[in-house]
Design a protein around this ligand. Structure first.
Ligand SMILES: *[C@@H]1O[C@H](CO)[C@@H](O)[C@H](O)[C@H]1NC(C)=O
Ligand SMILES: *[C@@H]1O[C@H](CO)[C@@H](O)[C@H](O)[C@H]1NC(C)=O
Ligand SMILES: *[C@@H]1O[C@H](CO)[C@@H](O)[C@H](O)[C@H]1NC(C)=O
Ligand SMILES: *[C@@H]1O[C@H](CO)[C@@H](O)[C@H](O)[C@H]1NC(C)=O
Ligand SMILES: *[C@@H]1O[C@H](CO)[C@@H](O)[C@H](O)[C@H]1NC(C)=O
Ligand SMILES: *[C@@H]1O[C@H](CO)[C@@H](O)[C@H](O)[C@H]1NC(C)=O
Ligand SMILES: *[C@@H]1O[C@H](CO)[C@@H](O)[C@H](O)[C@H]1NC(C)=O
Ligand SMILES: *[C@@H]1O[C@H](CO)[C@@H](O)[C@H](O)[C@H]1NC(C)=O
Ligand SMILES: *[C@@H]1O[C@H](CO)[C@@H](O)[C@H](O)[C@H]1NC(C)=O
Length: 407
């Protein structure tokens, strides 16, 4: 009997020791959190041992992430995360100096995932905690900043599924999909909210860029910046059932500020709720080259949105608005219903050098929160007279994205 106990105790100690390492059984790598210190080395080990035709299981518990991670040659790997991943907040200088460049706008990421046939599942249990507050405080209302890491970047990847993950307090954009094909991201829950005097700036839910075939379903996001943002050279983007709080909701852009032409084609945003947002269904480009073509915003409900529909050819700079050669065409807004914060439902200024074409509005019902009727301001839309929404006035060049009162 006694011997039995000793044996059990020894086995327990042995198991605890072993459990703190990656255990590989056939094509399955199982990882148990260390409980303290840095879990990055064992996470890297699991991704290197099980990088092909494998499964990696992260058991419950808290994983401390103190280093950047880059796993970009995965082939047929299923990653199952049951634990909480916490990105360290006491070594910001490390992150600032070591995060990985993602080319776009000189931005950086803390975690790159790439390859083919990858499934990353959180089973409703995975929680990614970016300790974002320290970044908001460090950044002091600033926007882009070298080294402030995008949380998860899907990079040069094909056939990816990301499902069932919760994010809290991301350091920067929650997710970024770049140079990828056929990416599906479902049942995701994101919230980044500041509790200091500095706002959560640029904590977008997702940005897509240079990617083809991105499907998003069942998202809930509170992020204080763009919720779902489709950037240059994205095509075939299908987004449905998204609820956004305190955000820019559904947006094309920013785009058009690169060296070559920037294009966006075939985008569907459907079944959106936008609660207390800056904008709801909108398009922002720089005065560049390229096009935005075939975008549908369908079934939007919102409340207290600063300027629900906004189209600009000169975002941020408010200059060169009429010299942009990036036409915006074949755009449909259908079943768009809610309240605007002020008396403007839509402000749309297209470039006179490349006017907007084929805008279609069906069943658009936007009322000012305080009652009365909302204005629709337009400029340089080719088919303005029969687009299905009556313009009530001209939208000047450099019209602001967010209004500060009735106009
Ligand atoms: C993918 O990997 C799994 C093991 O996780 C394996 O069972 C399956 O056969 C692999 N698929 C292909 C197409 O090789
Ligand atoms: C991603 O964010 C999650 C939580 O939002 C955090 O746990 C994780 O450390 C972040 N990862 C990186 C690489 O920044
Ligand atoms: C797209 O990726 C999914 C995995 O998310 C896969 O099941 C599907 O077969 C892929 N589609 C194509 C056309 O390869
Ligand atoms: C940061 O920006 C927000 C929103 O623009 C503003 O309300 C807040 O006062 C700013 N914080 C400081 C300390 O200036
Ligand atoms: C979206 O959520 C609903 C309700 O939970 C679920 O039935 C459906 O399968 C989800 N869709 C996807 C693509 O996961
Ligand atoms: C939409 O997504 C939410 C989660 O964000 C889910 O609770 C809801 O069931 C989904 N609705 C449908 C119709 O799939
Ligand atoms: C326009 O985009 C939709 C997706 O919203 C797609 O189904 C359709 O095929 C596209 N049309 C063209 C002409 O490419
Ligand atoms: C917006 O969200 C808040 C918080 O969930 C909720 O109290 C409020 O009712 C929502 N407003 C609308 C009009 O949906
Ligand atoms: C106008 O755009 C819609 C998509 O929003 C498209 O279905 C339709 O074919 C376009 N019409 C013309 C005349 O190009």
């Amino acid at each position: 009997m006694k011997l039995h106990f000793v044996f059990a105790a020894l086995l327990g100690a042995f198991w605890r020791h072993v459990a703190a390492e990656v255990v590989q059984t056939g094509s399955v790598c199982t990882v148990t959190p260390l409980g303290s210190g840095d879990d990055t080395p064992q996470i890297k080990k699991a991704f290197s041992q099980c990088s092909k035709d494998s499964q990696i299981i992260f058991q419950e518990g808290t994983y401390n992430i103190r280093q950047v991670m880059e796993f970009t040659n995965l082939k047929n790997v299923s990653i199952d995360i049951y634990g909480k991943w916490v990105w360290s907040a006491d070594n910001l200088q490390y992150w600032i100096q070591n995060t990985l460049p993602v080319t776009y706008a000189s931005l950086y990421t803390g975690w790159k995932l790439g390859g083919t046939d990858i499934a990353l599942r959180g089973h409703g249990k995975a929680l990614f905690d970016g300790n974002g507050q320290v970044w908001m405080d460090e950044n002091k209302n600033g926007s882009n900043r070298k080294g402030r890491p995008i949380n998860l970047t899907i990079w040069r990847a094909t056939n990816v599924l990301v499902d069932g993950i919760t994010w809290r307090q991301s350091q920067f954009w929650h997710t970024f999909v770049a140079y990828s094909k056929n990416v599906t991201m479902t049942n995701l829950d994101m919230r980044t909210r500041s509790n200091s005097q500095w706002s959560a700036v640029n904590t977008d839910g997702i940005d897509t860029w240079n990617s083809d075939g991105v499907t998003l379903r069942n998202w809930t996001v509170e992020c204080y910046d763009d919720c779902i943002s489709v950037k240059g050279n994205s095509k075939n983007i299908d987004v449905r059932n998204v609820t956004c709080y305190e955000s820019g909701c559904a947006v094309i852009g920013s785009m058009g500020n690169g060296n070559g032409p920037d294009t966006v084609d075939n985008v569907l945003f459907q079944d959106f709720k936008c609660n207390h947002s800056s904008n709801a269904a909108w398009i922002k480009t720089y005065p560049g080259q390229g096009h935005v073509r075939n975008v549908t915003f369908r079934n939007f409900e919102f409340s207290d949105v600063d300027q629900p529909i906004y189209v600009t050819s000169c975002i941020y700079s408010n200059s060169g608005c009429d010299s942009s050669r990036l036409p915006i065409e074949d755009i449909t807004w259908e079943n768009i219903k809610g309240t605007s914060r002020y008396n403007v439902a839509a402000g749309m200024h297209c470039s006179s050098a490349a006017p907007c074409k084929n805008f279609t509005f069906k069943n658009v019902d936007i009322k000012p929160r305080a009652g009365g009727t909302a204005k629709v301001l337009c400029a340089n839309i080719r088919n303005q007279a029969d687009m299905g929404l009556a313009c009530t006035g001209t939208c000047p060049a450099g019209w602001p994205q967010q209004l500060k009162g009735n106009r």
